[in-house]
Design a protein around this ligand. Sequence first.
Ligand SMILES: Cc1ncc(C[n+]2csc(CCOP(=O)(O)OP(=O)(O)O)c2C)c(N)n1
Length: 336
Amino acid sequence: MPFTNRFDSATLVEIYRRMFLIKHNDDMVHAAAKAGRLNLIYYSPRGQEVIPSALSVHLNDEDYICTIYRGVHDQLAKGLPARLIWAEYAGRATGSCKGKGGPMHITYPEGGVMVTTGVVGSSMPIAVGLGLSSQVNGNQRVTVANFGDGASNIGAFHESMNLAAVWKLPVIFMCQNNRFAEHSRFEKFTGGGSVSKRAEGYGMVGVTVDGNDPEAVWNAARDAVARARAGEGPTLIEANTFRFQGHLLGDPGDYIPADEMAAARANDPVDKVRQKLLDEGHIDEAALQTLEDAVRQEIREAEEFALSSPWPELDELSTDVFDTVSEPLSSIPVSA
Ligand SMILES: Cc1ncc(C[n+]2csc(CCOP(=O)(O)OP(=O)(O)O)c2C)c(N)n1
């Protein structure tokens, strides 16, 4: 069930807990990679913690998300257990994809994490298909398609927006605009200068929010989820944020102007929300530390679980590869 339907102290504390989980997980992945305990390709979501944390408190376990290679923040906020992510990172049989997917292909259908994709722009058409399934089945499930600003210039973005609008599908297009696509600046590759304004061309609602402001994201997500559940169609949200690391682990990110990076880090949303919680009296320091210690313990256990898990057996190579449930192709009549 959604955490709460009011932006009260409990909601803000829960949003912060999810943000701290994302940040601490990221710190520990970096530490494990640097120490050689994990060998992985890794795309840090640091700086973008608010977006999935403030959105996911509106979602049920049964709701769907589609995300991208950078989407560990989306996965953790949706409730995917960290130990399954770590085991997948480590290539172990206990990972969310039995060690065969790796960091760029984390899935967890039991918790609604339906796809993590490395193909830029492909989270959106998959989300449209999931939205159509919810409409056909008559359930109230909402699907969130997460993607970056770069993906908003891929053809699949426009096809997905159009179809979702025409069919009034319960889909939220969540553009996490972190200002860079690989090494290119948003302004240099985006006609019109706005992603959300493109919604108008498809007759759907589009909004721009400060993606580092939990209340702004929470409000926009509340409206979009309500619209989707009421059968009133999709919403495009452009949430502006900034990424604190290079494109992927090992990229120094020196194409990001130093002053912009320094300003973004000085306004670290995790620190800001923590301070807001204390300043406004939503929680006290001791309770916050207890909450953070629980997260640290969760990630410590995730790493221990992953690194002590067995490797996949050799015959895993060919399991889950072919569909064994449906009729063999040869038995399906082919019309002339
Ligand atoms: C179809 C396709 N084209 C190009 C790439 C190479 N590529 C990988 S990540 C990336 C940048 C995407 O940027 P954005 O959508 O803004 O997401 P971000 O990485 O900033 O989260 C590109 C071009 C790809 N993986 N897939």
